[in-house]
Design a protein around this ligand. Structure first.
Ligand SMILES: N=CN[C@@H](CCC(=O)O)C(=O)O
Ligand SMILES: [Zn+2]
Length: 432
């Protein structure tokens, strides 16, 4: 072993799911807890970790450039948020009264509001404006302990505006501490100019948007809002299969409001993940389990939409043995929050997930929903040194003591991104 760049000591509890692959069913509860631990990092990767005496023994006669003592705090892998609509213009607080008076999410959309309202603001915004707004959201996420996110397009809904959103996401990935994985979601809604002509819009997505996104290398995944009144199962299938021909891995907003068969479609085409799933049937969940599709659950969305129904996480874990992942769904409409820690609390309250399951869902299962289980999502030798440090004595404390940010520090790629609750990023780079 050569020199060590950073040695983290004083870890009261090091808590991580093991391995690189998705943790299914009861495996989600099995996390490794190492007391009085240390982690050694070189060139942004984990070189060794374990009980402090063991780590120090392994480092005998090895030069250590810097030592950081985290004062008995808890450390986990950096948290991963695998479903966000990060880049968008404007906000939708003007729809709050409508929402609270009982008008449904899909009715607001059908009236030209909702997603379509954000499409207007996103089209009107410059790339710099979109960048600055999203950069602030990324700062919030980093302060919460998040080190990698996914970001979808889908508020442009024209060739040029979809590319604009994806270019901004790429630039953010280059500039911000958080890693951003991009998803093309031109099929997020039918734009007003195509009202009543959904098939024509699907043709635009397939024949004009997908080739351009692929040609510019702007996305890794393709997603569709498969929902009654938005895109049908058949249209979603066509878009996702064509996307795959262009090298984009399929994801799907599936069975959020109606049991349309999105979960079944995700299984049929072997999507990497299916999201929402509040209305998914047992048949759909079985199809997902059979084909290794990861359910990404978004309890902040059902909470914020005031629904009395939630995704059936317990059935997914206990009966279907699925590898559940969790995410904020950060977006300006159904879930305007960057707080992954609020999501952890809601997963406990409404999805009845245990603290261990919640950690697994926010780390290794989320990493696999982004095809990155070999790189991030657990503390293993050789993996990226993405670590979150909490002012909390144990895992259960996170969903228990709610409404505050427990994150004390973040290490991203072996470098300090947050310390003592303060960002260590260079804000000047973001033009602020
Ligand atoms: N359900 C569809 N899309 C987003 C919401 C987007 C919006 O309302 O702006 C979601 O995942 O919740
Ligand atoms: Zn979404």
């Amino acid at each position: 072993m050569e020199r060590i760049d950073l040695l983290m000591i004083g870890i009261g509890q090091l808590v991580t799911p093991p391995g690189n692959v998705p943790r299914c069913g009861q495996q989600m509860k099995e996390v490794q807890v190492i007391k009085d631990a240390a982690v050694a990092i070189r060139e942004g990767r984990i070189v060794t970790f374990g009980p402090v005496e063991l780590v120090l023994e392994r480092l005998t006669d090895i030069e250590v450039a810097a030592i950081v003592d985290v004062g008995g705090r808890m450390v986990t892998p950096g948290l991963i948020d695998p479903h966000t609509h990060l880049v968008h213009g404007g906000s939708r607080e003007h729809e709050l009264a409508l929402k609270r008076s009982g008008v449904s999410y899909l009715d607001i959309l059908a009236q030209g509001g909702g997603i379509l309202s954000t499409v207007q603001s996103t089209r009107a915004a410059s790339e710099q404006e979109l960048f600055t707004k999203a950069y602030r959201s990324l700062d919030e996420m980093l302060l919460q302990g998040v080190t990698t996110i996914e970001a979808k397009s889908g508020y442009g809904l024209s060739v040029e505006d979809e590319l604009k959103q994806l270019r901004v996401a790429k630039q953010l990935n280059d500039m911000h501490t958080i890693d951003i994985v991009s998803t093309f979601m031109g099929a997020h809604a039918v734009p007003l100019a195509y009202k009543g002509r959904t098939e024509d819009y699907v043709d635009l997505v397939i024949h004009e948007m997908l080739p351009m996104v692929a040609e510019h290398g702007l996305a890794e995944f393709c997603d569709v809002f498969c929902e009654h009144g938005v895109f049908s199962v058949e249209q979603s299938r066509r878009i996702l299969l064509k996307g795959r021909e262009y090298g984009l891995i399929p994801k799907l907003h599936a069975d959020e409001i109606q049991p349309l068969g999105g979960a079944e479609l995700a299984g049929e085409i072997g999507a990497i993940s299916a999201e929402h799933l509040l209305a998914a049937t047992d048949k759909g969940l079985a199809a997902m389990a059979e084909h290794g599709v990861i359910p990404v659950l978004l309890p902040g969305t059902s909470f914020n939409l005031g629904l009395d129904r939630h995704a059936r996480a317990r059935d997914m874990i206990d009966i279907h043995e699925l590898p559940v992942a969790l995410s904020t769904d950060y977006n300006p409409g159904s879930c305007p929050t960057e707080s992954i820690q609020l999501i952890m609390m809601l997963a406990s309250l409404n999805l009845k997930m245990t603290p261990e399951e919640i950690l697994t869902a926010c780390t290794i299962n989320a990493a696999n929903a982004l095809g990155r289980g070999h790189e991030i999502g657990s503390i293993e030798i050789g993996k990226r040194a993405d670590l979150t440090i909490y002012d909390a004595p144990n895992l259960a404390y996170l969903p228990y003591h709610f409404g505050v940010n427990h994150t004390f520090g973040v290490i991203k790629n072996g470098k300090v991104g947050v310390w003592n609750r303060k960002l260590m990023t260079n804000r000047e780079e973001a033009g602020q």
